[in-house]
Every structure is written in C-alpha cells, then in structure tokens.
Ligand binder design. Structure first.
Ligand code: NI
Ligand code: MN
Length: 227
C-alpha cells in the first residue's frame, strides 16, 4: 500500500492512501497558485485545519458535490454542518480511527476566525497514521513551537511544513522545525502564493539536506510525492 501526497499550491494537499482520497485545506478558487479547479477536485474526506479563507476555501462546494465527510475542529465542523455538510468534529490532542487511518489534531500557533467572523475555535495541524503504518505530520499554518519535538517522537515519515514567513514560520524557523521533528521526508508549503510569502524553496531544501537527516522534496503545484 502506498500513500501519495499532491501539493496543489498554497496549503492545499491531496492525499491518496489505501484507496481513499483526502483533500486538505482545499483552496482553489482565488488561489493564484492552484494547480486544478475546484470543480475538478475529488475527495472522499476533506480536512480543514483552521477557519481562514485560504484554508476553508472551496470545502463547502466540493463537499456538496462529492458528498465528502469534512473533518475539522468542533467549531468549524459545526459551522459547516449548519450549512448542510456531513462533518466530524475533533479537537486538539484528540485522535479518531477513520477509514483512511488514525487522525489526530495537533497544536498550531495561529488564528482561526471563519470568513463570516464566526468563532473558528483553535487552529490545528494533522498527525495521520495511515492503515499501513506511515506517519504524516501536516503542520499547515503555524509558527514554530517546541512541542513539535513531541510530535517528532512519534516517528514521522513525512512532514509538511509552511516556509512562507509573514503568516507562518519562515525558512529559518521551518529549518529549526525539521530539527525538532526529525522526519524522514519533508515538503515545504504555504509560499509563493503571493509576493508577501515569496521564498526560495530550492535554497531551503538544500539547507535542510545539508543540516538535517531529512530528505527535502521540492514540488511544483500539481506534483506528487509517494511514500
Ligand atoms: Ni491561516
Ligand atoms: Mn494560510
């Protein structure tokens, strides 16, 4: 069994594992870096890390079209549930065995207000243990925090980390995050969508390879990495 991660630009990820299709923070409409259109996105499950518009994104319309189950924190799950979606609410530190694997919500240092100003609870990252035992840490939007070391203690095969700076960790803190987490593989996200978060991801990957034991994978929007 393999697990394939596709980066669609910004923080939008596709995961295929054990025959299930997952979309994480599906932001296609209005995303200048998006590799595909929202209308073409497929999903059995949609994961939403926090309430900001560039992460809730097209979750509503994609879930309406596909019937995907939306997984998020309790507040965002309730907000989307009120709009007619089928949802599953979890919370930080809580895990649940879904058909695609065991998903735990992790701490994230960020905000989470929803697009209409509703309370989006606390922002989260995702720690996924696939059915064949791979561990993926999808940090999504966060600043650096020391408890990334605890996440790393679980033995991370693949970490997905923001490097864009301004709204999240920049390259220097993301490098420190790799040293705390010690993943086998790392993929940078949340950069180059707009000038404000423009970064030299190639240089960052080179530095990760030089200073840590992780293999860094530079993807273009639409490209995939298979574990
Ligand atoms: Ni955000
Ligand atoms: Mn964001």
């Amino acid at each position: 069994m393999t697990t394939t991660l596709t980066w669609y630009g910004h923080a939008t990820l596709g995961l295929e594992t054990g025959g299930y299709k997952l979309l994480v923070d599906p932001f296609f409409s209005g995303n200048p870096a998006a590799a595909i259109r929202a209308e073409d996105a497929q999903a059995d499950f949609i994961l939403v890390s926090h309430g900001h518009g560039d992460h809730v994104g097209d979750a509503l319309t994609i879930a309406q079209r596909t019937g995907a189950l939306v997984i998020s924190n309790f507040e965002i799950a309730s907000w989307l549930g009120e709009q007619g979606l089928t949802t599953h609410g979890q919370h930080l530190g809580g895990g649940f065995k879904h058909p695609f694997g065991y998903l735990k919500l992790t701490l994230a240092l960020h905000g989470s207000a929803l697009p209409d100003g509703s309370n989006g609870g606390n922002p989260a990252g995702f720690l996924l243990t696939t059915n064949d035992g791979h561990k993926l840490y999808l940090a999504q939007d966060t600043g650096l925090f020391g408890d990334m070391r605890l996440i790393g203690e679980e033995g991370i095969d693949l970490a997905v980390l923001p490097i864009g700076d301004n709204y999240t960790m920049g390259p220097a803190d993301a490098l420190r995050a790799v040293k705390l987490i010690q993943p086998k593989h790392v993929v940078p996200i949340h950069y180059n969508t707009w000038d404000l978060i423009a970064q030299d991801a190639q240089a960052w990957c080179t530095q990760v390879q030089a200073e840590t034991g992780a293999q860094a994978h530079l993807l273009k929007p639409g490209e995939s990495f298979t574990l």
